[in-house]
Design a protein around this ligand. Structure first.
Ligand SMILES: [Zn+2]
Ligand SMILES: [Zn+2]
Length: 228
C-alpha cells in the first residue's frame, strides 16, 4: 500500500518493510522474517509493474531477525547492494552474537533455530549524515547499537525501524525489555527533534501520517516513565 507518494508499506507477518520509489530507483527498507521474499517480489511485480531486480539497495534499520530474516534470499534474487550501520554489520555477517538481555536473546535464539537464514556481507556501511536513495542516515543506538533512522526532507518522512511504535494514537518505545541501553535510546530519540517530521514509518505498527514532530515531543515527555 502506498502511504505517501513514493513510499510503499509491505505488511508482512509481524513486521513491516518498505519500498521507496524514486524514478527508476527502488530501495527496500528491511526484509521481514524468513519466508517474506515472495511477499516483496510479488508486490513489486503486481503493484508497481516492475522487476525485483530494479531494487538497487536494501537498507537494514537494524540487525534483528524480524528485519533481516529474508535478507540473504532477497539479495540473491535481486542482486541489490546491502547497506547497514557498521555497529550492526557483524550480526548480519554472522560474526557477532547479541548482547541484549535474556529476554531478547532467548527470542532471537528461538528464531534462529526455527529459521536458518543465511549470513550476508554488507556492501555499504552507513554512517550518521550519509545520504542513501535520497534519505539521510540518523544513527539512533539504544534498541541495537547500529539502529538507524532514514529521513527525507522533501517528504518530511522518517523510517524509524523498531525505535518507535504507534499505539492508541501515541508513540511508544518498543518496551523496556527490548532496550538494552535506555539512556542512549532516549538521547537518540531526542535527536529526531532536529528534523521537520510529518510522516513516521514504523517497523511493527501503522504509520503516523501527520503531526510527527508533535507526537515525538509528547513521546519524549513520557518515555522516561515508560522505561523506568
Ligand atoms: Zn528490533
Ligand atoms: Zn522488529
Amino acid at each position: 500500500m502506498e502511504i505517501i507518494p513514493g513510499i510503499h508499506e509491505l505488511r508482512g507477518r509481524m513486521v513491516n518493510c518498505y519500498l521507496t520509489v524514486d524514478g527508476d530507483e527502488l530501495m527496500l527498507i528491511d526484509t521481514g522474517l524468513p519466508g517474506n521474499s515472495s511477499n516483496i517480489t510479488e508486490y513489486i511485480e503486481n503493484n508497481l509493474n516492475r522487476s525485483p531486480q530494479d531494487i538497487e539497495t536494501i537498507v537494514i534499520t537494524h540487525n534483528h531477525f524480524d528485519h533481516v530474516g529474508s535478507l540473504s534470499k532477497i539479495k540473491r534474487i535481486t542482486g541489490a547492494k546491502v547497506a547497514v550501520h557498521p555497529d550492526d554489520a557483524d550480526y548480519i555477517r554472522g560474526k557477532a552474537r547479541h548482547a541484549g538481555g535474556a529476554f531478547m536473546n532467548s527470542l532471537i535464539k528461538l528464531y534462529q533455530v526455527i529459521y536458518r537464514s543465511g549470513t550476508v556481507e554488507p556492501d555499504i556501511l552507513l554512517k550518521e549524515g550519509d545520504i542513501i536513495g535520497g534519505y539521510r542516515v540518523i544513527h539512533t543506538p539504544g534498541h541495537t547499537e547500529g539502529s538507524i533512522c532514514l529521513y527525507n526532507p522533501d517528504k518530511r518522512a522518517i523510517f524509524v525501524g523498531d525505535n518507535l511504535q504507534l499505539r492508541d494514537g501515541k508513540l511508544h518505545s518498543p518496551g523496556k525489555r527490548l532496550i538494552p541501553d535506555p539512556e542512549k535510546y532516549v538521547k537518540s530519540m531526542e535527536k529526531l527533534l532536529e528534523y521537520d517530521i510529518k510522516v513516521i514509518l514504523t517497523g511493527h505498527t501503522a504509520p503516523v501520517t501527520s503531526d510527527g514532530v508533535k507526537l515525538i515531543r509528547e513521546f519524549l515527555e513520557d518515555v522516561k516513565k515508560e522505561l523506568n
